[in-house]
Structure formats: structure tokens, C-alpha cells
Design a binder for this molecule. Sequence first.
Ligand code: ZN
Length: 340
Amino acid sequence: MSEYRYNLITNRWIILAAGRGGRPFDFARRPKPSLPDYDEDCPFCPGHEQKTPPEAFAVRPADTKADSPGWSVRVVANKYPALSIPPDTPSAIGGLESRPGHGLHEVIIESPRHNCSFNEHETQQALLIGRTLRDRYRIHQQNPHLRLISIFYNHGSAAGASLAHPHFQLIAQSMIPPRLTAQLEHHRRYYHQHGRRPFEALIEAELADGSRVIASQDHFVVLCPFASEVPFEVYLLPRQNQNHFGMITDEMLDPFLRLLRQIINRWNEGLNHPDYNLVFHSAPADGKDYPQFRWYVQLYPRLNTPGGFELATDIYINTVSPESAALFYRSENKFPSSPC
Ligand SMILES: [Zn+2]
């Protein structure tokens, strides 16, 4: 039996067709990729700082120079940016609308180690990465020309990664995508109809039901969304009503980073090191208030590839129920509930 399910956060539908897929180990594909600690051809490895654009920020000892080894976390502009800040260019091509690709694109190189993925870092290094992400968000938020700041992590070629050295990316752009505009309008309308935010309604319903909840802590709720787009998708939701990621507090950073790493570790153990994306969703940073919206992280293992139906309809067919996915996450009992 298949069913349509509605996602209250994205305002989109999916088809759950659990009978079509298999058990978790049916997705197993490969052993852990073997990478060296250092790669002489990698522009992100220490000693190769001249192969990247100049660093915009780095965590490094005071007695070391910019663009030299010694750093713990390093932020540089993307050498091949999706967006840049160009001079004015024509805004129409043959009558079809066009705009300058205005924005910026940064790479946050999370450690000097070529083969140390985000989930493998110790607490201290993870905190350096988390603070850097938050601080970059806050800095770009001050730029009045940038209206949306997206942070994401692509791990593996199926997730869009082109360089193996682990790194987050940040794209800040002047455009707010129509899909986000529609999502914000959905949240606003829901609030006025129901007197509470979709995030509040969702968290309340999920905690009451419990079958899709992975962890419930002081600051965060982690769950498999009722209308998961892909097998083993996870939402990491803050309990506080914070509109954007820049609002995460120092106190929240450590549990936040632990939960991210625990989910990835569970993927690696149980799903055989899949490629994956981490996507940080935030309200626009355009100076307006979005009191009904809340930042959250979507954790998205790349176990299958969307096909023609998804392209035709924007409705995903998911073959693993979020209820069985949540059981998979909880089975190792590595997600302590409050206090964390
Ligand atoms: Zn490297």
C-alpha cells in the first residue's frame, strides 16, 4: 500500500511506497573510502594555501601568517564560485529575464586533515567548525546586498562534492528563491489560521506520537520527517524559535554538533558510508521579520537518485517509511534524551 504524505514544514507532498524498497542493509554499497591524511595535489591540504584564493578567515596561532600552514579551520572564497559580485551586466537576453549573479561563495575547510570527515572530529575541533560557520553567517548577514545565506555540506560525488578534502560551503545571494518565498507564505498563513507555528505544531505532534523521533533534548528535537523525501532523511529542529542559523547560542553549539556527528556515524555504521548532504535552512537575512519560520538542518543521505517522476511532479517517492528509519537510528541507543 502506498500513501501520499504532506510535509508541514516544506508544504510539499511525497509518496510513501515502503513495499518497493528493502531493509536498511539493502542500501549497502561500499566500504569506507580510503583516503590519505595528506594529498599533495589537494588545494585544501596545508602547505598549498597559495592554490586557493586568499583566506577570508582562519583559526590559527597568532604567530602564523595568513595563507600559510598552522591553521585549524580556514575560510576562502570558492575558486569557481556559483555567484560573485560582478559589474553591472545586461538584465535581459532576447526578452528573457536575467540578472547579474550577485552574491558570494565561500569554502570552510574544516581541518588540515585530508581524510577526517566532519563526524570524526573531536569536540574541540567540531566547536571551532561550528563557531566559524555561525560567525560567517553573522558577518554576511550584515551585508545589505545579501538576502539569503545558505550553508551546506556535500560529502561524496553523489552529493555533489568535487573535492574530497572535507569542507562546508556557504553561498550568500541577493535572490530569495520562489520556493522559499512560497514556503514562508505557507508558514505565515498557517500561523494566522491556527494560532501557532508549523514548527511548533510539528514538534508537538511528533513528540506525542514518538514513532519518528530519534532524540529529544533541551535544545533540539531530531526526527525522521513524516513525509520524508528520501530513505533515512532526518530533520534537526531547534526548540527555540530562532529564525536563522546565526542565532544559535554557544550553549546550543555542542549538542547541535554532537547530534549531526551521531547521525552521520549511524549512516556510516548501518548504511555503509553513503554520500550525503547537510543543508542548513534559514529565513532570509534581508532585514525583515519572519517570526513564523525557524532554522533547521536537513540531513540527506544519497542512497538513491531521484528519477523522472520526481522531475515531472516534484513529488518524491520514498521506499523506506520514516517510522522504520527512526527505529534504525534508535536501535543503537546513542541518542540520549535530555539532559544531554
Ligand atoms: Zn586535502
